[in-house]
Design a protein around this ligand. Structure first.
Ligand code: Q9C
Ligand code: ZN
Length: 333
């Protein structure tokens, strides 16, 4: 399997503020290094550097003001956290940097770093380069080992360790290259509020997310069953919020229902936002998916007839992340 790896991701190192306390984050560079080592040791994976993607493509998914805000990263000498929250609920990016941070970042877990534009673009480029290998039936499945993750990033906001929505940008690339119907299945522990936001009004993309009940876990504001899409997108967004301690058998049932919805839609491509934070030993999450569970999930998805783009999202159990990735990925080989 071909794997796209972001060459400068380690330049992006963050801290997070939790309840006013600056704290070591679980979103560390080691996450992708651990996965990379496990895949290299296995031997069935070929690593490639991404081609840096067109900024016009990124601009089809994210607002221009937001991208300009991220681009100014060279100027930042330290981590920049938001200080004020936007109280106007208007849609225009404000002029002052303090206000911009409040407008374009929705939590205190996702600071700006000095190399952000470079590393965020490389992360998105992994997903885009991988998607390009699907076009023309060159590959059945390609894996983007993206970092930073992407699925919480909305059209104009960073959050949940995400800045650019890698899966959404790759999906837009497939649309630009002729695809009329694409299904995105998000199996990260957290609701994909960003991906939902970006494709909420279109029927060209079916978005399905299986995640922790937002009444209990981040991102708190979205991920409810009632969010079904709007306008032409009505009926093309599905959320499966779940209680804590969900086990393999219970998860597989929900996965099978999601697959039924995907089959009915008949997409040309399947994009899977893969998070290993539903793992039983994840330090910040509360599902009970085992290594065998990831293997079963991988088996179900690999059986499908669709060309598939796998995009890495979350997953924080450094000790077992390599095993999680191998359990999930080997059925696709
Ligand atoms: N340290 C992704 O999995 N929660 N983002 C922070 C615990 C934020 C998760 C509090 C979780 C964001 C891509
Ligand atoms: Zn997550």
């Amino acid at each position: 399997m071909i794997v796209y790896y972001p060459p400068n991701h380690y330049l992006h190192q963050i801290l997070e503020v939790i309840n006013g306390v600056i704290t070591i984050t679980d979103e560390s560079p080691e996450r992708v290094e651990v996965i990379k080592s496990a895949l290299q040791e296995h031997g069935g994976f070929i690593f490639k550097k991404p081609d840096i993607c067109n900024e016009k493509l990124i601009g089809q998914v994210h607002d221009k003001d937001y991208l300009n805000f991220l681009k100014n990263s060279q100027d930042w000498q330290r981590l920049e956290f938001p200080s004020v929250s936007d109280y106007t609920k208007k849609s225009k990016s404000p002029a002052h940097f303090i206000a911009k941070k409040g407008f374009h970042i929705f939590d205190t877990y996702t600071p700006l770093t000095k190399n952000l534009w470079l590393v965020a673009k490389e992360s998105a480029s992994c997903a885009v380069s991988a998607s390009n290998l699907l076009v023309g039936k060159k590959e059945k499945v390609v894996y983007a080992l993206s970092r930073p993750p992407g699925h919480h990033a909305t059209k104009n906001m960073a959050g949940g360790y995400c800045y650019l929505n890698n899966a959404a940008i790759a999906t837009q690339n497939l649309i630009n290259r002729g695809a009329k119907k694409i299904a995105i299945l998000d199996i990260d522990f957290h609701h994909c509020n960003g991906t939902q936001d970006i494709f909420y009004q279109t029927n060209k993309v079916l978005t399905i997310s299986i995640h922790a009940d937002p009444n209990r876990k981040f991102p708190y504001f979205t991920g409810f069953k009632s969010e079904i899409g709007s306008g032409p997108g009505k009926g093309y967004n599905y959320n499966f919020p779940l209680p804590e301690k969900i086990n393999d058998r219970q998860y597989l049932k929900i996965l099978v229902s999601s697959i039924k919805i995907i089959k009915k839609y008949k997409p040309e491509y399947l994009v899977v936002s893969v998070g290993f934070d539903s793992y039983e030993k994840d330090p910040i999450c509360d599902f009970s998916i085992s290594l065998n569970g990831f293997n079963l999930i991988g088996k179900e998805l690999s059986k499908l007839p669709y060309q598939t783009l796998l995009v890495q999202e979350g997953g924080y159990c450094l000790k077992d992340l390599g095993k999680c990735a191998l359990s999930f990925l080997t059925p696709f080989l």
